[in-house]
Design a protein around this ligand. Structure first.
Ligand code: ZN
Length: 498
């Protein structure tokens, strides 16, 4: 029934449009909305979410999906049906009361989390986290009572990924990274960083450099823009309208530069989604993990590499006179400083994944009932000692540092490390095919990287499940090997590990 399928696509396009408007309202809230607009904006967002949920759970959609099965002969049509069916089934399985209880509790819990973090009082957040955990368990049971709750929640962010698949990968990565961190520590070598946080780097000059950078990355400014926000993010309204945000620190240019490269990595993915299938269900990023693979490979593998700065450092120096006495090798060392630290979002490429693995292990223990929420701070500190050799002086710098749990997002953290694993595997394959990549990068030509990602990842949308997409692009199943090899080689060289 080709007609049913056409109708289904029309409904899905409308859902995408409403979703884009909801994102636009969210983007505006973080960038331009005056503070007094907050209360009304919350109502507006909630009204729009209600309309979207109602449309998505219309029984007509279920009928149209069933009638469309024969019409979907092309691979992309089948992917459209797969995605649409999953979203529809999931939305229908969640009782409306649970959906609104989750939204309301999330909004309130976030306020209590902020207070708790400010006052360094975990006890203030404890009852809210207990309630959120209970609701997440309920949600998992509604969606699929036969699966372990963590698998059900993980699937919301990373389709088809399971704990059984993740755990061995993450354990191998954890052991390899803990060993690398110890070797870096005993090398006694530390890069020079005294020129960061102490000198003046005017915002206007940083901004001028970011404009050059964005052009070099191949981001289409006619189909996107940059604004300032407290917490940088990327908001893709469509392939032809992608919003990036950055924040500036006038005594350190690193947050704006690497924040922008990261968000541009997300933005390039959004701009590269298959335009021929615009507004269709499968014309979207494959998963959060894949999205993060793109942002982190641009930020770290490309953006913190020597060839990249061979080209861009003279340009940066000409904008920022405070760097005039710092040579490119000193800059390269400083932007790759690796050392155990308390805060995930400020951590380096090497230790970052340990922060994620620690969180995932605690989430699984809480969902399985092996760890009571009241014992969470102690468990956190114990793992910090074990993996990093340091302990947070307060819960504010420990268990209370991230917003995710206060929003009820459990099973989300692993997507960051999956992104690093996917990214390393994709880059290793790309390097094997593009043998002059370093020379091209050093000459300022980043288009080969973009083209490779466009072909193998961006243009594929949700044609395949995330892990399959990476396997198809690289010819190998997901493994921790490429990321560990990349980290060992890069940091072995930086820290003379021999
Ligand atoms: Zn990101």
């Amino acid at each position: 029934m080709a007609r049913a399928y056409e109708k289904l696509l029309a409904i899905s396009a409308e859902l995408r449009d409403l979703g884009a408007l909801r994102s636009l309202a969210g983007w505006d809230q973080e960038t331009h909305m005056p503070p007094k607009g907050a209360a009304n904006r919350a109502e507006q967002l909630s009204a729009l979410s209600g309309v979207i949920h109602e449309k998505l759970t219309d029984p007509q959609i279920g009928e149209l999906i069933a009638q469309s099965a024969d019409a979907a002969s092309e691979a992309f049509d089948q992917a459209n049906l797969r995605v649409m069916k999953k979203e529809y089934d999931r939305a229908c399985k969640l009782p409306t009361e649970l959906v609104s209880d989750l939204a309301r509790t999330g909004a309130l819990a976030q306020q209590h989390w902020k207070e708790a973090r400010k006052k360094d009082e975990f006890a203030r957040f404890l009852p809210w986290l207990e309630k959120l955990l209970r609701l997440q368990k309920q949600k998992a049971a509604c969606l699929d009572p036969d699966k372990p709750p963590y698998d059900v929640l993980l699937d919301l962010y990373e389709p088809n990924m399971t704990t059984a698949q993740l755990q061995p990968l993450f354990s191998e990565l954890r052991d390899g990274v803990v060993d690398l961190v110890q070797r870096i520590d005993s090398s006694g070598k530390q890069p020079r960083t005294d020129f960061l946080g102490t000198r003046e780097y005017p915002q206007a000059a940083q901004q001028a450099f970011l404009d050059e950078l964005l052009e070099g990355l191949g981001f289409d400014r006619e189909a996107g823009r940059i604004d300032v926000a407290a917490h940088p993010f990327c908001c893709g309204l469509s392939t032809s309208d992608v919003r990036l945000t950055v924040r500036y620190n006038e005594d350190d240019p690193r947050p704006s530069i690497f924040g922008l490269i990261h968000e541009a990595g997300h933005g390039l993915y959004e701009q590269g989604l298959p335009i021929a299938h615009d507004r269709q269900p499968a014309a979207a990023a494959a998963s959060l993990g894949l999205h993060e693979s793109q942002s982190r490979l641009w930020e770290n593998t490309v953006g913190r590499s020597r060839p990249f700065w061979q080209h861009f450092y003279p340009k940066l120096q000409s904008r920022l006179s405070a760097l005039s006495d710092i040579d490119v090798e000193t800059w390269y060392g400083a932007i790759n400083e690796a050392k155990p630290s308390l805060i995930r979002v400020e951590s380096d490429e090497v230790t970052y994944n340990l922060h994620i693995i620690l969180r995932m292990e605690l989430e699984i223990a809480m969902l399985d009932g092996d760890l009571a929420v009241r014992d969470l701070p102690a468990a956190w500190n114990e793992k910090m000692q074990q993996y990093f050799g340091i302990q947070p002086p307060s819960d504010a710098d420990g268990v209370l540092q991230d917003v995710h749990w206060s929003l009820g997002a459990m099973g989300y953290f692993p997507t960051y490390t999956l992104g690093n694993l996917y990214g390393a595997q994709l880059c290793a394959k790309m390097r094997s095919e593009l043998t002059d990549l370093d020379e091209q990068t050093a000459a300022g030509n980043l288009i080969p990287v973009l083209d490779w990602m466009r072909t193998h990842i961006h243009s594929q949308g949700r044609l395949h499940e995330p892990a399959d997409l990476v396997s198809r692009a690289t010819g190998e199943g997901l493994s921790a090997g490429p990321l560990l090899a990349y980290l060992n080689q890069k940091y072995g060289d930086l820290y003379d590990l021999g």
